[in-house]
Design a protein around this ligand. Structure first.
Ligand code: KG4
Ligand code: ZN
Length: 336
């Protein structure tokens, strides 16, 4: 009988300190996430210096909790996987140094993981992949369409030319005086508003799978300013509904078109914005018109966590990828 494989994952690229253990790349044994959202809320966004300090305070506590909860002995753990980028350099370094210390002390192989590969592999904790597959990654830092023909290989076929989708959500939310993170707040308001404002949709060149959200963001800001100058206050929920409709139209249409063109067997979505109710509903509706299965991860696996890093790390480990104890943080690491 084949021995079970246990990978311990560590994620500290932004504002979540997370440690998880995943069995055979598909099964969560434990998944502990300590969120710092409350500490960053009053600043309206993530403050890198504060994020690093929280990671330092939390990492050993979260690690202890994961080990206790998993009831897996160190002997059984095959490797340590850690996010090496992209992300905030000071935040990444805390996870990387914890991972290196563990790899050295426990004599385990170390595997550096790309954060977006992690977001994609969060889906494998739900269902096995069928290739070729298309992944739509929408987070605070990324908006990408990624084609995968096999495990561990990523081809970016489209990406944002300016703001990420989540970034646009957070900025618009800030304009509407909504608390950080703005995405879930806009999502909530969008469900009760009306699409009364015609915001632009950036389709770009006809055959392009790239995205652009800065024009939309400016259009929202201008509409709020213009209304104010005319002594009118736009209803927040209508701004939210109209903005969200514009984002979702482009994301859904381009994903659908790419899925058809590349004749994929599966479409998956990943990243914080994949938690968006409107986006989930629009994609579900669109793909119900095709015979391409759409995989939507549970909300807990959309936002940052370490189970996704352990899941992506399992494949990297199986494919023989190793990092040395000189592993460094790479804030703008490319996905390939
Ligand atoms: O993947 P994630 O947790 O962190 C990054 O790697 O960036 O994504 C965070 C982003 C934030 O911009 C947040 O506002 C957005 O995901 N987000 C949402 C929703 N939940 C989180 N955006 C839209 N609708 C949501 N329900
Ligand atoms: Zn993320």
């Amino acid at each position: 009988m084949k021995k079970n494989m246990y990978i311990l994952g560590i994620e500290t690229s932004c504002d979540e300190t997370a440690v998880a253990i995943v069995k055979n790349g598909t099964e969560i044994v434990t998944n502990i996430v300590a969120s710092q959202i409350d500490s960053h809320k009053r600043f309206g966004g993530v403050v890198p210096e504060i994020a690093s300090r929280h990671h330092v305070e939390q990492i050993t506590i979260v690690l202890d909790e994961a080990i206790k909860d998993a009831k897996v002995s160190w002997d059984e753990i095959d490797a340590i996987a850690v996010t090496e980028g992209p992300g905030l350099v000071g935040a990444l370094l805390i996870g990387i140094n914890a991972a290196k210390a563990l790899a050295f002390a426990k004599q385990k192989p170390l595997v550096g993981v790309h954060h977006i590969a992690g977001h994609i592999y969060a889906n494998r904790l739900q269902q096995e992949f069928t290739f070729p597959l298309l992944a739509l990654i929408v987070s605070g830092g990324h908006t990408e369409l990624v084609l995968m023909k096999e495990h561990g290989h990523f081809e970016v076929i489209g990406q944002t030319r300016d703001d990420a989708a989540g970034e646009a959500y957070d900025k618009v939310a800030r304009m509407l005086d909504l608390p950080y993170p703005g995405g879930p707040q806009i999502d909530r308001l969008a469900a009760v508003g009306e699409p009364t404002i015609a915001y632009p949709r950036a389709w770009l060149e006809e055959d392009s799978y790239d995205f652009s959200f800065s024009g939309l963001k400016s259009a929202v800001i201008n509409s709020i300013h213009n209304a104010k100058q005319r002594g009118i206050t736009l209803k927040k929920e209508d701004v939210a509904t109209s903005f969200q409709a514009s984002v979702i139209d482009v994301l859904t249409e381009k994903t659908y078109r790419a899925a058809q063109q590349y004749d994929v067997k599966q479409v998956i979505i990943a990243g914080g914005v994949a938690a968006n109710k409107g986006l989930r509903a629009a994609l579900t509706d669109k793909f119900s018109q095709s015979n391409i299965p759409l995989l939507i991860p549970p909300l807990s696996l959309c936002t940052d966590n370490a189970a996704m890093i352990a899941a992506a790390g399992t494949i990297a480990y199986e494919q023989g990828r190793r990092s040395g104890l000189d592993l460094n943080a790479t804030p703008s690491l490319l996905l390939k």
